[in-house]
Design a protein around this ligand. Structure first.
Ligand code: PHE
Length: 358
């Protein structure tokens, strides 16, 4: 027993003196490993008379517990010290101010896209992307868009030549909805994505451009219902426009790929000629949405008897124009530095998640 006491003191001293995790590991192997000191003692128990074995066995177990406890505590201590050291060494100073002569500006499209990602990111959405040059299947067929639908018309859509063997042509995507199908095909539900990106239509006036941006949203799970769609989009509208009591209205509508479908209007006032978003007598349409059509789920390889979901789509220029008071869509793409100075955003000068305004 005296021998075990001295072994105990000896091992604990070694543990106390160890300065690295490696040294601790060596001690552990030397004591508790297959050929360790304590292991040898434990193996020797078999040769003892029953009475003696019981007393010595208990003492050895106690010793083992003490050693394991001391090793664990020492390991934790060294790990924490190593982490503290790293934290102290790797600290960086992020307080350096922006250079005063920094003339760069963030384009309102980029700014608005960042805001969308931040708001939906808070709701656990991730960002998905897809190609600008799409197959007829993803842009139309899989989305239940019938042959006679206006979006399919030659004069509305940019088609690429030549035709494929089956007569189909590639198109510049007319909306971000094809990414719904692409995501369903490669990701199992639950799905919760937004898709900000470029879209193309043969349109050109003060409120339409042949190239513009949309953001798509798609949520699919077993019990997703219209209440989730409404809650999500009301929350989005109020956060994006930074108006807590912004009136939001869902108006029945039609899209081939959702059923039922709705358009979302926000409250505004047009008194005195100017447009003011918030309470008022008027409404302003800002996005389309609905419950994903069972045919669309099936086209994406998802069983519509097991899953359901909602989708929405809106124009990024449109909501940027409304939020930041930009009157003409065409000016977004003129690369006029005076315009960008006026409507653009100073990098690193974004006071809050949602407001973005200077
Ligand atoms: N893709 C539609 C459009 O471009 C918008 C939309 C998306 C509507 C998703 C409903 C659901 O007009």
């Amino acid at each position: 027993m005296a021998e075990l006491d001295s072994l105990h003191d000896d091992i604990l001293r070694q543990i106390k003196d160890a300065t690295t995790l490696d040294a601790l590991e060596q001690i552990r192997v030397g004591v508790l490993g297959r050929n360790g000191q304590l292991t040898a003692h434990l193996k020797g128990l078999g040769a003892l008379a029953p009475d003696e074995r019981k007393a010595r066995g208990a003492a050895l177990n106690q010793l083992r517990d003490a050693v394991e406890g001391a090793l664990g505590a020492a390991k934790q201590h060294h790990e924490r010290a190593a982490l503290d050291k790293r934290l102290a060494e790797e600290r960086i100073d992020v307080t350096l101010p922006v250079r005063a002569d920094n003339d760069g500006r963030i384009h309102p499209i980029s700014q608005t896209t960042d805001e969308l990602i931040a708001i939906f990111g808070e709701m656990d959405f991730t960002v998905a992307e897809g190609p600008h040059i799409e197959d007829d299947f993803y842009n139309f067929t899989a989305l239940n868009i019938p042959p006679e639908h206006p979006a399919r018309q030659e004069h509305d859509t940019f088609y690429l030549t030549p035709r494929a063997a089956d007569g189909s042509r590639k198109v510049l995507r007319t909306h971000t909805s094809p990414v719904q199908i692409r995501t369903m095909q490669k990701q199992k539900p639950p799905i919760r994505i937004i898709v900000p990106g470029r879209t193309f239509r043969s349109d050109h006036d003060a409120t339409h451009s042949p190239m513009f941006h949309q953001v798509e949203g798609l949520v699919i799970d077993k019990k997703v219902h219209m209440g989730h769609l409404k809650g999500c989009l009301i929350e989005f509208c109020r956060t994006f426009f930074d108006i807590d009591d912004l009136p939001v209205r869902f108006r029945p509508s039609y899209f081939p790929f959702t059923e039922p479908s709705a358009e979302v209007d926000i409250g505004c006032s047009r008194e005195g000629g100017g447009l003011k978003i918030g309470a008022g007598a008027d409404w302003l349409e800002i996005l389309g949405c609905g419950m994903v059509h069972p045919k669309v789920l099936a086209a994406g390889g998802i069983d519509p008897t097991e899953y359901q979901g909602f989708a929405f789509g809106m124009g990024i220029e449109r909501i940027a124009m409304l939020k930041y008071g930009i009157p003409d869509l065409r000016t977004f793409y003129e690369s006029d530095l005076r315009w960008l100075k006026h409507y653009g955003f100073v990098p690193l000068d974004q006071p809050s998640l949602v407001s973005g305004a200077r």
